[in-house]
Every structure is written in structure tokens, then in C-alpha cells.
Ligand binder design. Structure first.
Ligand code: ATP
Length: 678
């Protein structure tokens, strides 16, 4: 029931309104509890058989989990009102994380933020009130409703900027501790457009650091699951992120939005963990989309000329196909379908030709005979000789270990230099004992798909997509071939040797048509810090719009030359610990142990961020290569010049590192700062 505004006999105070809204919150909480208890009481025994019972039980469990009331999370965060008697819209609606209805009458107490009608909460403004008169935002502390803020939608002059929302500002300024939070209460209109894009549409978001790309991608997944629940429950939604530490950081967002069934994976989880490493220049050649042609040729080179024709004996009769007939049959199928299907079709065609021979001799064989012939020993033997079963590993092994094979498959596609770069100098003994790099994994995946089709999911959210190689993008494209994708990234944060230079290319390799949208309003990094980092932009990604920050952040940036880096870091960290919030000490990868020792000796408790998610220490030493996508209230960066020198795209790495801070960034340097920063 909408909270009744108290009767106007006395002047309505803010306290009166707060009390009424708190009553609505209490009523909603009670209703959610009833909904949960009702679901928990449902029995799966009605299912007709054991399998259906298991399925129903797990669905009920998921539903109960989705109806959980997390005490720290408000059930609603906004309210819309109008007083137009002729309107079809409800007079009042509360917008929250999920639908809550009154058990007895089924009255909606809270509407899901993803429902079509809730769109107005994010999009309505004086220029287009969408039928509403007022937007109210609520402020919470823990689970308690502590504040509200009203915004008239009908009286304002269209086009004039709205006064800044205090609640939005507070939300953005809230110290960051622990994993990433959802932003459902404060999604901005341009973000909302991306979140609510239709399922069949692939969207690609170029966004400067902290513009909310990751947040938007996760909310889009939640929106799509709500809007196309059945379809996506069947086909699946997958979030692909750069590393496990990042996935752990974002892992709480979807469950907080009631979505507990979305998988998350790194590209290595999907394609297989690498067991070897290789120079970036070699990986860059292997990651190039031209490799797809090389692999196709390499695979089909496994077809062999028949040594002889086919002879099938049935009873006293023998039926023959000449060697040239077998050869022509194989040739007519070669490359027209997947290798595995081709093998099956080859057997069927041969059997059919034998059947024709039988008919020519007056027999009347039926389909069963054709199947028998296709599975007969002579056909199998011929199949193994001409169209052998192969695995992706066998094909890649032969390609990389046999220079003649590589030359034949790569002729006209890769230069001689490229061929020698990827060929193995010292091949392993066999495909089984071969070690595979991350780039090899994408090649194996391509081959797997050339042999058997890779199943497609319903929707993929790909974060930090600028860092994926063309071959990795093709691998992901296969996994959304009959679905769609949300592609997120920042060309300026591309740190791999094969990082994308254009989103059009990324979409092309992914095999998706889609629009590219740009987000430039930053929610994380204070303005002074963003301006400082943006000095690198002309060098790392000329042509990209310079990002603006929503937060001025005066005094947020300190750049200090120190005589000794470890001592300077200890001193800065000690001072920073006086302030609230998380602290990231970002240093060159190879310097991590030295900083860990220095902090340890100074008695400063800290953790070290590794590739796998770790503890939740307030102070973390972060190797520069793992900082992508993460954020900390306070960031201390030690020695930018060394971060730049450590890798080929070091300036882009520095840009990533300098844009992790929410409140303060302290840059410590002993060597001169990179000239691009000055
Ligand atoms: N509309 C919003 N309201 C409140 N906070 C927001 C909003 N949009 C983004 N944020 C916050 O801004 C921060 C940065 O968001 P996010 O990590 O999604 O940005 P990003 O574009 O992916 O950044 P990066 O490129 O550095 O990975 C997060 O703390 C996020 O919660």
C-alpha cells in the first residue's frame, strides 16, 4: 500500500514523511517474508517423476534464495507519483530490487526496477515526465531508511540542468570496501539505455575508466534475465572477465539483484588453462584472425588420397567403387561442412553409392541396408584411411611441429617470418605431451569448432574486451552465435600486444552486428586525478573523447618525488590509514615482494593481490598487471616509470593504474615521471 502522506491538518514535516515511508518499508519486508515462507512451504512432491522432482526442488530453492531479504540492502530506493486521474499508471509506485506484493490481495508494494513501468524512474525528466509528477529517491544507512529527496518532474524548465542529487552524490562518494556493489538505485539515463537494450541487440560500450561499464554490463544481464527469463534460463548467460580476482570482485552484484544463476568465467576458464607461456610477439601472430584460414587448411590437409577403391561383400556378391569414385566423393564433401559431419556424410555417400550398385544388379535394398553398409568394416577402414578421426590437439600439433605442414597451410596467409615465429623449434613428442599457451588454446577452440559445432549461449557479457585477441573473440563469438552480446571495454586500457584498435573490428571478429556507444562521465575517479591520467590519452588512444568526472575531487591528487620508494610508501600508507576506506598500493609486478617486505617490516598489515581471489584485507599490494577493473578508495602508485618500462604497452598500463582511485591518488616516484605525464 502506498505510504499515505499524513493529512494536512498540521504542516507535514520531513519526519512525518520519513515515518510513513518507513512504515511502507516495514510492510514490504513483512510481505517479502510471507512470499519467501510461502515458496519455502511448496513441495516438489507434486512432480510426476524423480527427475522432474529434482528439477522442481532446485527451482524452488533458487526462488527462495532470490526472495532473500538482505538486511543491509534496501527493498526499494525510489518512488514515483502523479495525480492525473485519467492516467493508466498507478498513482504511486515504489521501485526496488524485486517485485513484492501483498499476500492477501496481491497488491504491488514494490515494483521490480526492470519492469517496463519502472523505466520512468531512470528516464523521466522535466523535458519528458513520462506521465509522472515527482520522483523521490531514498537514502539508506544499512537497512534503515534515513533520508529522501524529491525532484519535481512537471514544474521544472525543460532543458535546464537538475540540481545535483545529494543521495546520488552520497552513493558515489560512499567508501568502497569489499566487493563491487550494485548501482540499481542510481543508474543514469545513458546507462539505462544500454541496460535495457533488447535481447537480440548486441551492444558495445566504449567507456573511459570508472564510467560504469562493468556495472552496466552486470545490470544488463539482470535486466535480460528478468525480461526473457525462460529463454535465457534454457540457453544461459555468461559473464566473461579478465581474471579471477576481478570476477571475485564483481561476484556479489548479480546475487544482490536476485540473480543467482549466472555463470562467470575468464577466457582461460572457457578455453582451458594454458600450460606454457610464450613471447608476446609469437602470441600476437597466433591471435591474428588470419590463423583461422591457416587452421582450416591444416585441418583439411588431414584428408588423404584413397589407397584403393571400396569393396563390400554381401552374401556371395561383391560390390565395388573404384578408387577415383571414392576420391571424387571425398572431394565433393571436402570443406563443405564441419569435419566431423563430413566424415559421417562421407560414409553415408559411399554406402549410397554401393546401394546404387546393388539396385543396378536388381536388388531392392532399403535404408537399413544403407546403414549397415555405412557401418561395415570395409567402409570404416576406408574412412580411417581417407577421412581419419582427428582431434584439435593432433591438428595443431602437426601444424606447429612440422615446418612443411605449416608452410603448406600458411602459404599466402602468413609471412615466412610469421611462420618461423609460431613453429616449434623443439616439438614435444606427441600431442598428449605438448604444452599449450593461452594463444594455442584459442587455436584449439577454433579447430574444435571446425570439427564439431560449439554450442551457443543466449547472451554473453564480455568485459575488458579490448584485450582479447581476434582468435579469442572468434571463440567467444561462437558461444553467442545464436544469441547476443554486451561488449564492454576501453581502447585506451588495451595492454596486450594484440589489443583492439577499433570496436568495429572487435564486433566483426565476434561475428556480431552491433552499435557502439560511448560513456564518458566518470563515477569513480576524482576530476583532478582523471585529468592527470588523461594526459596519457593522446599517446595510448588518440581519438577517444576525454572523460569527465562527476566528482571534482579537489586535493585528491598528490605527486611526490621521494628519495627512497619503499620508505616513501610506508610513510604515505601510514598517513592514509588514518582515513576511511580500502587502500591499494599498486607497484610494478616484479617489485611486489620488496614492497611486501617493506610494509611487513614497518608492521603494516596488508594482503597481496594474486591472480586468484584472496582475503579481504583493507590494504592490498596490487601488481600493476592485475589492477584492471578494480578500484580502491585510496591508491598509492609507486614508480610510474618502472610500470611503463615493464611491458610493451606500458603507458596504457600506467593509464589503468592511475585510474583506480575513488578518493585519493598518491603517485610516488624516484625516477623522473614519464615525459607523457608532464
Ligand atoms: N550510476 C551510478 N551510480 C553510482 N555509482 C556508479 C554508477 N555508475 C558507476 N558507478 C560506480 O563507479 C565505479 C566504476 O564503475 P565500473 O567499475 O563499472 O566502471 P568501468 O567503466 O568498468 O571502469 P574500468 O574501465 O576502470 O574498469 C563503481 O564503483 C560503480 O559502482
Amino acid at each position: 500500500m502506498p505510504a499515505a502522506e499524513p493529512a494536512a491538518e498540521h504542516e507535514i514535516t520531513e519526519a512525518d514523511i520519513l515515518a510513513a515511508e518507513r512504515a511502507h518499508l516495514a510492510e514490504s519486508r513483512a510481505a517479502l517474508r510471507t512470499m519467501r515462507e510461502h515458496t519455502a512451504s511448496l513441495s516438489a512432491d507434486v512432480a510426476a517423476d524423480w527427475v522432474s522432482k529434482q528439477i522442481l526442488e532446485s527451482q524452488l530453492e533458487l526462488r527462495v534464495a532470490a526472495l532473500a531479504d538482505h538486511p543491509g540492502t534496501p527493498l526499494f530506493f525510489g518512488r514515483m507519483d502523479h495525480d492525473d486521474a485519467g492516467s493508466d499508471l498507478p498513482v504511486t509506485m515504489y521501485v526496488g530490487r524485486r517485485h513484492i506484493h501483498d499476500g492477501d490481495e496481491g497488491r504491488p508494494l514494490v515494483l521490480d526496477w526492470r519492469a517496463p513501468v519502472s523505466r520512468a524512474f531512470y528516464q523521466a525528466g522535466p523535458a519528458d515526465p513520462m506521465g509522472w509528477r515527482r520522483r523521490r529517491r531514498f537514502g539508506f544507512s544499512g537497512g534503515e531508511l534515513t533520508a529522501f529527496e524529491d525532484e519535481p518532474l512537471d514544474g521544472g524548465a525543460p532543458g535546464l540542468p537538475q540540481p545535483a542529487s545529494r543521495i546520488l552524490t552520497e552513493e558515489i562518494e560512499r567508501p568502497r570496501t569489499g566487493p563491487m556493489r550494485d548501482i540499481v538505485a542510481t543508474i543514469q539515463p545513458d546507462q539505462d539505455v544500454i541496460v535495457r537494450a533488447d535481447l537480440p541487440r548486441t551492444v558495445c560500450v566504449q567507456g573511459a575508466p570508472g564510467t560504469g561499464k562493468t556495472a552496466v554490463g552486470l545490470h544488463r544481464a539482470a535486466y535480460l534475465l528478468f525480461t526473457h527469463r525462460e529463454r535465457l534460463a534454457r540457453s544461459g548467460v555468461l559473464i566473461v572477465g579478465p581474471n579471477r580476482a576481478f570476477l571475485a570482485y564483481i561476484s556479489a552484484v548479480l546475487p544482490a539483484l536476485g540473480e543467482v544463476q549466472v555463470d562467470q568465467a575468464t577466457i582461460d576458464d572457457l578455453l582451458g588453462e594454458p600450460t606454457a607461456r610464450e613471447p608476446a610477439a609469437v602470441a600476437a601472430v597466433k591471435g591474428d584472425a588470419r590463423m583461422a584460414d591457416v587452421l582450416r587448411r591444416a585441418l583439411w590437409r588431414h584428408l588423404r588420397k584413397p589407397e584403393e577403391g571400396l569393396v563390400v561383400t554381401r552374401g556371395a556378391s561383391r560390390f565395388r567403387l573404384a578408387e577415383h569414385e571414392v576420391r571424387e566423393t571425398a572431394a565433393s564433401l571436402r570443406g563443405t561442412m564441419r569435419y566431423g559431419n563430413g566424415r559421417t556424410s562421407f560414409a553415408k555417400r559411399l554406402a549410397h553409392q554401393i546401394l546404387v550398385r546393388m539396385e543396378e544388379r536388381g536388388e531392392a535394398p532399403d535404408d537399413r541396408v544403407q546403414d549397415q553398409v555405412a557401418r561395415s568394416t570395409p567402409v570404416k577402414q576406408l574412412l580411417d584411411q581417407v577421412w581419419p578421426k582427428v582431434t584439435a590437439e593432433q591438428v595443431l600439433f602437426r601444424l606447429l611441429s612440422d615446418p612443411a605442414e605449416l608452410r603448406a597451410a600458411a602459404r599466402g596467409v602468413l609471412t615466412g617470418e610469421e611462420q618461423s615465429a609460431i613453429g616449434w623449434a623443439k616439438p614435444a613428442r606427441s600431442p598428449r605431451s605438448a604444452k599449450w599457451t593461452a594463444a594455442d588454446r584459442a587455436l584449439l577452440d577454433e579447430l574444435d569448432d571446425l570439427i564439431e559445432r560449439t554450442p551457443s549461449l543466449g547472451h554473453l557479457v564480455v568485459d575488458e574486451a579490448q584485450d582479447l585477441s581476434e582468435m579469442q573473440l572468434r571463440a567467444l563469438g561462437r558461444r553467442c552465435a545464436t544469441g547476443s552480446a554486451t561488449v564492454l571495454g576501453d581502447l585506451a586500457q588495451g595492454t596486450t600486444a594484440w589489443s583492439a584498435r577499433s570496436w568495429k573490428d572487435v564486433l566483426r571478429h565476434l561475428g556480431q552486428e552491433g552499435e557502439v556507444t560511448e560513456l564518458t562521465l566518470g563515477f569513480r575517479v576524482p576530476g583532478s586525478v582523471l585529468d592527470f591520467a588523461a594526459r596519457l590519452l593522446p599517446y595510448v588512444a588518440p581519438g577517444l573523447a576525454v572523460p569527465r568526472s562527476l566528482r571534482p575531487g579537489a586535493g585528491a591528487l598528490t605527486v611526490r618525488r621521494v628519495p627512497e620508494l619503499a620508505a616513501g610508501t610506508v610513510e604515505t600508507l601510514t598517513a592514509t590509514l588514518e582515513r576511511e576506506g580500502s587502500i591499494g598500493v599498486i607497484v610494478p609486478d616484479d617489485a611486489v615482494p620488496a614492497y611486501a617486505d617493506a610494509l611487513g617490516e614497518a608492521g603494516l598489515a596488508h594482503g597481496v593481490l594474486g591472480p586468484d581471489p584472496g582475503g579481504d584485507e583493507r590494504v592490498l599490494i596490487v601488481p600493476a598487471s592485475l589492477a584492471k577493473g578494480l578500484e580502491y578508495d585510496h591508491v598509492i602508485v609507486a614508480e610510474p616509470a618502472a610500470i611503463v618500462a615493464a611491458e610493451e604497452r606500458g603507458l596504457a598500463r600506467l593509464y589503468v593504474v592511475l585510474t583506480r582511485a575513488v578518493s585519493t591518488l598518491t603517485v610516488l616516484h624516484r625516477a623522473a615521471l614519464p615525459t607523457e605525464l608532464s
